[in-house]
Ligand binder design. Sequence first.
Ligand code: AR6
Length: 174
Amino acid sequence: MRIEIVEGDITSRHVDAIVNAANSSLLGGGGVDGAIHRAAGPELLEACRELRKTELPDGLSVGSAVATPGFRLPAQWVIHTVGPNRHAGQTDPALLASCFRQSLGVAKDLGARSLAFPAVSAGIYGWDAGEVASIAFDAVRRFDAENPDSGPELVEFVLFGQPTVDIFRDALEA
Ligand code: AR6
């Protein structure tokens, strides 16, 4: 598995799947969630509403992941995950590790060979970007070790701004 760090807008990535830093309602929000819904078009909200009507009546729990089509995005799928919200007292790193692990598991089940993550929980949910980076790289490497012949061969981290890119690069080299 290759891990790459990219500066830019995750909605423009030509990968098999992109991960959305959603909230439990799955019905949209600000940050990367808002950008993904705008770029994917209204069909994405419809697909999320359908999930709420069927398999997820109580919403998606923190640390879990679920897929929808990508609709108007270059990516074929969106994998929605819900990071822990530090402002709501969700400070357990295992919850954030679970977001990365479960998203990789969903990608594997879809047969996605390339996957792009944003810095889940490092925005509105208030986590330190360096902590997110080290939890993310650890989770990705563990997943790769446990799934040597399957799962994505390319995992990108697509980040807004050079400061966050530098933080992720330092964590990757650590
Ligand atoms: N491409 C890549 N990264 C982005 C983009 C983009 N288009 N837009 C923002 N980021 P956030 P969270 C970065 O707040 O902390 C929503 O309302 C951003 O700079 O999007 O998990 C949801 O509905 C930051 O580094 O996600 C939830 O309610 C990172 O993505 C809540 O926010 C994550 O920031 C989730 O908060």
